[in-house]
Design a protein around this ligand. Structure first.
Ligand SMILES: [Zn+2]
Length: 648
């Protein structure tokens, strides 16, 4: 049986340390082995299908795959796989290969994570190393692996620890994405193209996608620029990047109604399992897809829609040569700023960006009463604990399905705290763009602006999301005694019994893991990650907690039922945790009441100045970190050990 073409193996050469002393005699250059002299060194040449991926840099974009010189060494039957691999490799590359030469900025050994700059250094100190192959034996093994790896998953798991440390490209500033994500995405995109591509064999080889036949890479992709007058010709093959936000109209009436999130998780898992290769990356409420033209989103998301979810999405359709994860932003910006030079090119290449919504089937006319929960379907009257409710069949089914979370007996009559981690994918894109621009500036290289404009954040996003998931796992590892997970396989949500100490511990644990995974992502209002805590009586309606979680304002958001809500950035919390002293409480109350009465900062400042000797720490918090007194007070009130709130 002919084995599968494993696209992920195309960059296996990047895991080889060709500078290691043992390998000097082999005169290795580049990271592919199409020119390696197997006979001379008595090494067996791989014979599997995957071997031909080694030629992915030798093929010339404008050469006919039937007659082109650069194709001549490749047996005809393997050419389509190599052809599609090259397209996938181009698409997945975080930074266009068409960029000006970068050379002067130097190389880096390990991957640079923009949000964790010392990641590689720290791993190295633990004894890890990027290269998987560094001896003569290893070199032979590398060639064996090309023939013996049985599946993409097999390769990704066996070499995981090296793939995550190695940059896709060592030269700065391209060193910001890991080889792991790169090969993973290349594999996915390759298989999607392969699945939808018609391969015409015979005398003349021809590849067809969506009815368009091509014989060169260039013909398929078109130019790779969106402005100017070079490299802007229309490609024959188009595809789509779609960013999908999974939302629901439901408001949770009872605790069991959060089963809807269990349902969403299950549906997302099933979706990712079914459409594996189309999914570039995902979180619990976001899925980004690479799709050929003609694949119906409505069909793909049918199960979500049938369960009352709706999908907001941004779809970008473009030539393969310019399709990238942030093309939508570029197109929208060009439209807004009337950049006719860009829009003209985009239009001539039939580039489209839509923002749309997929809604569940709704009845033409709904006769009240409607369902209390989803507010879409007609509600049926139901009685529970002497309370009359109108709930539709679907929502009732969700409420009743699975085992539902109940508060422990000893929590009754007490205050509790719900908390939720949030990753905002739109903020993430903006943050990565900003972080990349700062990185470029730090390198002081030519063509800085071009590089900034050409940044594609998709691969970085995928890496970031993996770390986000890792961070939350680490959080629960440390906090499992403290808090409970209402939904066992949903890590973003937690609840615990209120005490000042528990709140403080939760925040401290969050900061600990955050600083471990994202030390260089400043925790401010631009931060893609945030944590929200909502404190209330145990009887408080669950929907109010979730309403609060919907729109996090800052890095850490705290709400105390009917009393206050405040947002803090990381610097503020760290300062508050380290410097706030119990003896300041009275003074803080005084400041807060002055502010409440006068509404004036000046009165507060005067009071602080008058007491700056005895209230040194408050004066510092106010003048150095600029935290308003009521925020200091609020924080103090909820984290104080044995505080008032607990009793009320
Ligand atoms: Zn309903």
């Amino acid at each position: 049986m002919k084995k599968e073409f494993i696209a992920e193996l195309h960059d296996i050469g990047k895991l080889l340390d060709k500078d290691s002393p043992e390998l000097q005699q082999y005169d290795l250059t580049g990271h592919t082995f199409e020119n390696f002299d197997f006979g001379k060194f008595g090494i067996e040449k791989p014979t599997s299908l995957s071997w031909w991926a080694q030629y992915h840099h030798t093929i010339k974009d404008d050469e006919d795959l039937n007659t082109g010189d650069s194709w001549k060494d490749i047996p005809q039957e393997y050419r389509p796989d190599l052809f599609l691999l090259i397209l996938a490799d181009h698409l997945a590359s975080s930074i266009s290969r068409a960029l000006p030469q970068l050379g002067s900025a130097g190389e880096s050994e390990g991957v640079l994570k923009l949000w964790n700059c010392n990641f590689y250094e720290n791993e190295k100190n633990k004894g890890k190393y990027w290269a998987a192959f560094k001896s003569e034996e290893d070199l032979k093994k590398l060639f064996e692996i090309i023939d013996t790896i049985t599946s993409p998953e097999d390769f990704l798991s066996k070499y995981h620890k090296h793939l995550i440390l190695t940059p896709e490209d060592k030269s700065k500033p391209r060193n910001i994405t890991s080889l792991y994500i790169h090969v993973e995405l290349v594999g996915k995109i390759y298989r999607v193209l392969k699945k939808h591509c018609e391969i015409k064999t015979g005398n003349v080889l021809e590849l067809k996608l969506n009815g368009e036949a091509v014989i060169t890479i260039k013909e398929a992709e078109g130019g790779n620029r969106t402005e100017g007058n070079q490299n802007i010709e229309k490609g024959k093959w188009q595809a789509r990047f779609v960013k999908c936000y999974i939302k629901y109209p439901h408001s949770f009436v009872r605790l069991q109604d959060i089963n809807l999130l269990v349902k969403r998780n299950k549906l997302a898992e099933d979706f990712v399992a079914k459409y594996k290769d189309y999914v570039m990356f995902h979180t619990s409420d976001f899925i980004s897809l690479f799709l050929p033209i003609g694949v119906e989103l409505k069909e793909m998301f049918k199960d979500f829609l049938d369960n009352g979810f709706f999908i907001e999405y941004i779809e970008t359709m473009a030539d393969l040569g310019i399709l990238r994860s942030n093309l939508d932003i570029k197109v929208i910006r060009a439209r807004e700023n009337n950049k006719s030079d860009i829009t003209k090119v985009l239009n001539s290449r039939n580039t489209k960006v839509y923002r749309k919504i997929l809604l569940p089937e709704m009845l033409d006319k709904i006769v009240p009463p409607i369902c209390d929960i989803c507010q879409i379907n007609p509600g049926k009257e139901r009685m529970k604990e002497n309370i009359k409710e109108w709930i539709c069949d679907k929502c009732y089914e969700v409420r009743e399905c699975g085992e539902s979370f109940k508060y422990p007996e000893e929590w009754q009559e007490h205050k509790i705290v719900w908390f939720k981690f949030i990753l905002d994918t739109e903020k993430l894109e903006n943050w990565l763009q900003k972080a990349f621009e700062e990185y470029i500036d730090s390198l002081k290289i030519n063509n800085a602006q071009t590089l900034k404009n050409e940044f594609r954040s998709l691969v970085c996003q995928s890496d970031f999301v993996k770390d986000y998931k890792g961070m939350i796992k680490a959080f629960w590892h440390k906090a499992s005694d403290l808090a409970k997970k209402p939904i066992s396989n949903y890590d973003e949500l937690g609840v615990f019994l209120y005490s000042g100490e528990n709140v403080k511990k939760t925040i401290e644990t969050f900061l600990e893991v955050y600083n471990e995974y994202f030390p260089d992502c400043e925790g401010d209002y631009l931060s893609p990650i945030s944590l929200s805590l909502s404190i209330s009586n145990v009887k408080y309606p669950i929907r109010e907690h979730f309403r609060f979680f919907e729109s996090p304002e800052g890095f850490l958001n705290i709400r105390n039922q009917n009393i206050f809500h405040s947002s803090y950035d990381k610097k503020e919390i760290e300062y508050l945790i380290n410097n706030l002293q119990p003896k300041s409480l009275h003074f803080l109350y005084k400041l807060a009441s002055i502010y409440e009465k006068t509404g004036s900062d000046i009165s507060v400042i005067v009071e602080i100045m008058d007491n700056r000797k005895s209230q040194q720490n408050i004066s510092d918090l106010y003048f150095k970190i600029n935290i308003p007194p009521e925020k200091i007070l609020n924080f103090y009130r909820i984290t104080e050990v044995g505080n008032e709130l607990h009793k009320t």
